[in-house]
Design a protein around this ligand. Structure first.
Ligand code: VAH
Length: 318
């Protein structure tokens, strides 16, 4: 049985549904800090759990006899930068509670890291799997600490911890919450709704990105990988594309020729973006567990626009 925290977030909303398809509805227990009208809540077990409440988290894991914990509950980069102390409390308090449950119940464990775990002194192009990690954001500090803590629980207590450094994730099911890469999601919604978008990240700012289906496959492939083949654990560089706002605008224009891109740069999120790599190297993930991405910018854009036309079209028509 699999316990997912942060199950109503951008990744959780889709990962829970995919895991229920694969492993059975009753075998994926979704939890989040609140309950909403959603497929996740309606299609299988759901509990309200605050991951900073160690006892509550342990109880839901023990009562359901889980053997795998997917820990997604966290604040993303921009939100964390606005509330750094709360971010430390939730991101690190939640993580150590989840790791303790994994240790006590001897479960497998996944939690994501991010390209945000790198900083201004990290090589920006072809960023190696093993390199300098001196992030300058609270989110980055949380992600590097999280990587080290997960490796520690593996080495010290034998907990089977695994993780990936996610690039910006693009999806149409649940909106991301407070990320720096969210411009790459908003642009598709605005292209459909208004035919124009003012990006808060400046032109020429390259970041790694990935379409959600590839992110979900990466989690499941890594968790099912042969442990003896893993030279790394927390966390693997993975990416599908390195793009800047103009690249997305140009691809959207192939479908919506009248689309207009402008810039209204947010200095705070621009500064975060500039502290991150342009393009990371995912060789270790490919070699150690067969990571591969199916969606490039063209394929992602085609799918995003088609799916959002349906999703937003329904709303506009009703
Ligand atoms: C964020 N979407 O922007 C997340 C992610 C690499 C970006 O960590 O904070």
């Amino acid at each position: 049985k699999i316990l997912v925290t942060g199950a109503l977030g951008q990744i959780g909303s889709e990962l829970v549904m995919k895991m229920r398809e694969i492993y059975g509805n009753a075998n994926v227990i979704a939890t989040d800090i609140r309950e909403t009208e959603s497929d996740v809540v309606q299609s299988g077990p759901f509990d309200i759990v605050d991951v900073t409440d160690a006892k509550a988290l342990f109880k839901v894991a023990k009562d359901n006899r889980v053997d795998t914990i997917i820990h997604l509950a966290a604040l993303l980069s921009a939100t964390a930068e606005n509330n750094p102390l709360f971010a430390w409390h939730l991101n690190m308090g939640g993580l150590v509670n989840a790791l303790e449950v994994a240790r006590e119940l001897n479960t497998q464990f996944f939690t994501p890291s991010s390209i945000g775990a790198f900083g201004p002194t990290t090589p920006k192009d072809n960023t190696p799997q093993d390199t300098i990690q001196r992030p300058t954001t609270m989110y980055g500090v949380n992600k590097v600490s999280g990587e080290l803590l997960c490796d520690y629980y593996f080495k010290k207590f034998g907990v089977d911890t695994r993780g990936v450094r996610f690039p910006g994730l693009i999806s149409y099911v649940a909106p991301p919450g407070g990320g720096t890469t969210d411009y790459a999601v908003e642009i598709y919604y605005e292209a459909i709704k208004n035919g124009k978008y003012a990006s808060f990240i400046n032109k020429g700012t390259y970041m790694d990105m990935m379409y959600m289906p590839d992110a979900l496959n990466a989690i499941i492939t890594l968790m099912e990988a042969d442990a003896s083949k893993l030279k790394h654990r927390n966390a693997f560089n993975i990416t599908a594309m390195s793009i800047e706002p103009e690249d997305i605008a140009a691809e959207i224009k192939k479908h919506i020729p009248e689309f207009e891109m402008t810039y209204d740069v947010d200095p705070a999120r621009q500064a975060i973006a500039e502290s991150w790599p342009n393009a990371i190297d995912a060789t270790a993930a490919k070699e150690e567990w067969g990571f591969k991405a199916e969606y490039d910018l063209a394929k992602m854009t085609e799918d995003m626009l088609a799916k959002l036309k349906i999703k937003l079209g329904n709303k506009i028509n009703n």
